[in-house]
Design a protein around this ligand. Structure first.
Ligand SMILES: Cc1cc2nc3c(=O)[nH]c(=O)nc-3n(C[C@H](O)[C@H](O)[C@H](O)COP(=O)(O)O)c2cc1C
Length: 462
């Protein structure tokens, strides 16, 4: 009867990647002989007291541990076993802590060290108290890294000291997490054959060749495929950063068509950005909204929802714009901003405070000025404004007003140390290129494309 002691040091117990290899070895052993008795010890189910360091096992009670726990039974199994298999994952280039606790408790099995100078070479540092020349020691370990070279070096050194180099079979397998991927079953089964073959040798007490050991430590997949799968996995399980965006039509990529009808678009490219930089954007921007409306809407949206990781606030353009219906109604006498400057500042602060009080970081978007000349031409086409077309204000007055609104935004950004997504300069480089839609208020495709790079810079660093 061949006695096999398996020590499973993975905290995942039966679900251990490494145990898939160990089970393949055991099945190979069973193929080689019916006369096999396997004793399986799952360290995660055992209550092992860490070594107390009393050294009694080398002095007062040589070969005996004074701690009366489940290890007492393990010592017996260990002594009786023909094959001892250690199965565990690589943790920080060594064995997992619980496995180390187990190994420390093997001290009573070793001869007392009496201070002699040792030429270690390939030998074990300590000798066992009993003859182990007929025992087969097998160390099976998986790691998460793409290849086994170097990554197992410290473990190899430790095992060489414990068992003596050449006195144990190291089966160190990289890409261990691939064993958990259902779709890779065919490749994995093929790979496990190498371990089954090793098991057959062990079952027959035959030497496992260097070639077999080498094949057992080869990567399962080519590096490129492995890297892609690992990336996909982490992408799937890592929660995406949540971004809320509040603003007006600009953030919805709105453009007028030839008939003057307005349509949203993805001209800024938020869809691709979300995939590329792995965030989830909830775009709550609403065409025609001023900060007063955004503020109310923002509070409604936030109620009962999970807090985002970042809030992007865009506004001011519609606030600074004029109440044109009122202008027409008063026959050009009353020209007021849709949200007066003082109210705009109040709104802006309230918006920012709403999120900062919840510890949600905010970024303010500064948009470029509109093309006033184009905008005025557009207004003149509006039949409702025909009667007051000669009473339109100076373009320069409106441009100046816009500067005042923008100043407030910069002030708030500085005061609250907010991130700034400044789109106002990206049009500077356009050098006469047409970047506005016909209404002068909205960028065209090219203009929105200019926004893209600024947003990318913000989201890529998130
Ligand atoms: C705490 C911890 C430390 C790890 N350290 C390493 C490491 O140093 N090198 C490595 O390549 N993989 C490392 N891994 C990955 C595991 O070795 C790998 O996922 C292994 O296949 C898990 O095997 P198991 O399912 O048998 O527990 C580590 C995993 C954890 C949880």
């Amino acid at each position: 009867m061949q006695r096999v002691l398996v020590i499973n040091g993975s905290p995942k117990g039966e679900r251990s990647n490494t145990m898939q290899l160990t089970n393949a070895v055991l099945s190979g052993m069973r193929q080689a002989t019916d006369e096999i008795d396997v004793c399986m010890k799952n360290i995660c189910d055992m209550d092992i007291t860490p070594c107390v360091g009393c050294m009694s096992c080398w002095g007062k009670t040589p070969g005996k541990c004074v701690v009366g726990d489940c290890m007492q039974e393990v010592y017996e199994h260990f002594k009786m076993a023909d094959t001892v298999i250690f199965s565990f994952p690589l943790y920080f280039f060594g064995m997992p802590g619980a496995m180390k606790v187990f190994v420390d408790r093997l001290m009573p099995l070793m001869e007392t060290y009496r201070g002699a100078v040792k030429t270690i070479g390939k030998d074990a540092f300590h000798e066992f108290r009993f003859d182990t020349s007929d025992k087969q020691f097998v160390i099976i370990s998986t790691c998460g890294y793409g290849r086994a070279e170097e990554i197992f070096d410290s473990l190899t050194k430790e095992m060489d000291f414990i068992f003596g180099s050449g006195n144990y079979y190291p089966l160190y397998c990289p890409q261990g997490e691939m064993f958990a991927i259902e779709a890779l079953k065919p490749q994995i089964n093929c790979y496990l054959e190498r371990y089954r073959a090793i098991g057959t040798c062990l079952g027959a007490h035959e030497v496992v060749t260097e070639e077999m050991l080498k094949a057992a430590s080869e990567p399962i997949l080519l590096q490129r495929a492995f890297e892609m799968l690992v990336n996909n996995y982490w992408d799937q399980v890592t929660p995406k950063k949540k971004v809320y965006l509040f603003g007006d039509s600009l953030m919805k990529g709105v453009m007028p068509d030839a008939d003057g009808m307005y349509h949203s678009s993805d001209a800024i490219g938020f869809s691709d950005m979300q995939k590329k930089y792995r965030f989830e954007l909830s775009n709550f921007a609403m065409p025609t909204f001023t900060t007063t409306q955004i503020l109310t809407y923002m509070k409604t949206v936030a109620a009962g929802k999970e807090l985002p990781d970042l809030v992007v606030l865009e506004g001011g353009g519609n606030d600074c714009d004029h109440d044109w219906p009122r202008f027409a109604k008063t026959n050009g006498k009353e020209l007021v901003n849709r949200v007066p400057l003082v109210q705009f500042e109040r709104n802006l602060r309230e918006m920012v405070l709403f999120w900062t009080k919840k510890h949600v970081p905010c970024a303010l978007v500064i948009t470029p000025p509109i093309d006033m000349n184009k905008f005025f031409l557009h207004l003149q086409k509006d039949e409702r404004l025909h009667a007051v077309r000669d009473k339109f204000p100076d373009v320069s007055r409106m441009e100046q007003e816009y500067v005042e609104y923008k100043k407030i935004m910069y002030q708030v950004i500085e005061e609250y140390h907010l991130s700034c997504i400044d789109l106002s300069h990206c049009f500077d480089a356009c050098n006469g290129m047409e970047i506005y839609s016909d209404d002068g208020m909205h960028p065209n495709e090219i203009g929105y494309g200019m926004f893209k790079s600024v947003f990318e810079a913000c989201f890529s660093g998130m």
